[in-house]
Ligand binder design. Structure first.
Ligand SMILES: C[S@@+](CC[C@H](N)C(=O)[O-])C[C@H]1O[C@@H](n2cnc3c(N)ncnc32)[C@H](O)[C@@H]1O
Length: 303
């Protein structure tokens, strides 16, 4: 367990580790961000534009500001959501304070709402105790926001952030380190191990997926990620998540769905069905009208 590195040191480590692992573990198709590469140079002005660069913890604010562009849509009951939103926002504020960054309240609000919704959806209806969601893999984790409420509300939870892109990887390192008071990071330590005693935050680049144990996770999260990957990588990720989820485990997907926005042209539902996942929950909602991003729950069959 190491304390987070500040400034650009972690970026250097990331580059060195990628270089060292390149030949054996990290082919281009696995470490690319298909959508961003195709659309290079066409982002909105406040979007962090160069994902290979990381200037320091203040880059988190740019990412938070990017969330403000998303419309605040919600049909879920506020009496359930409000305490979660407030908790997520307060925790984010104290993370930023620990990093020496002060922000105005609206900066944090959009992600606090998303955090609350994403915490609630996979837990909306009663499930048997064996379906408890304590071990969580967040694939394409952004800055690691899904750890916020998980660590606060699930005692003994294990959160693993996985990413392959330099800027988000560094932001995850800094955010998760400050949120949890330290994290186990493959890029920092050159090793990675998860066993039955593991708790807290862990961090692994996509290209070392081989270090994830079979059948370990209760929940895998892909929020606004899969349609941005190449079809080759999306199929690979679906297979990977099936391998590392335990029988009965949940794959929670939230994005704009293949119909509305699918820049990489993936056939996600077909990949998931072919891989043996069952669709358990898909609300009949309108994306960008009722909610920003449609939540779906796919389950790996129990036996
Ligand atoms: C639109 S962001 C969504 C971030 C986060 N899931 C959220 O909801 O806040 C897409 C994420 O996918 C990640 N990503 C892109 N290519 C990836 C790859 N090859 N392996 C893992 N993550 C990748 C990006 O780095 C980024 O963190």
């Amino acid at each position: 367990m190491s304390l987070p590195r500040s400034k650009a040191a972690i970026l250097e480590r990331f580059g060195d580790r990628l270089q060292a692992d390149r030949a054996k573990h990290a082919p281009d198709w696995l470490v690319g961000w298909h959508y961003q590469q195709v659309r290079a140079g066409k982002y909105p002005a406040d979007y962090p534009q160069d994902f290979t660069r990381y200037e320091g913890p203040a880059d988190l604010v740019r990412w938070f500001n990017w969330g403000r562009g998303a419309p605040v849509l919600n049909y879920l009951p506020l009496d359930r959501l409000k305490p979660l939103i407030e908790q997520a926002e307060a925790r984010d504020r104290s993370v930023l304070e620990r990093l020496g960054i002060g922000v105005e309240p609206p900066v944090l609000r959009a992600f606090a709402l998303l955090d609350a919704q994403d915490y609630l959806f996979p837990r909306l209806y009663p499930r048997p105790e064996r379906h408890r969601l304590r071990r969580v893999l967040d694939f394409g984790a952004g800055f690691g926001r899904q750890a916020n409420l998980l660590l606060a509300l699930e005692p003994g939870a294990t959160y693993v952030a996985m990413d392959a892109i330099a800027l988000p990887y560094c932001l995850q390192h800094v955010y998760l380190g400050a949120l949890a008071g330290g994290l186990a990071d493959y890029v920092e330590e050159g090793r990675f191990a998860l066993d039955d005693t593991a708790t807290g935050c862990h961090h692994l680049p996509t290209w070392r997926h081989d270090l994830l144990p079979d059948g370990y996770f209760d929940l895998a999260i892909c929020s606004q990620v899969l349609p941005e990957l190449s079809p080759l990588l999306a199929v690979f990720v679906v297979e990977l998540l099936r391998r590392v989820l335990r029988p009965g485990g949940v794959l929670y997907i939230r994005d704009h769905g293949a119909v509305d926005w699918n820049p990489s042209g993936i056939e996600l539902a077909r990949y998931l069905e072919a891989s043996g996942f069952w669709l358990e929950f898909r609300p009949m909602l309108r994306d960008r009208v009722d909610l920003h991003g449609l939540p779906r729950i796919w389950r790996k069959p129990e036996a």
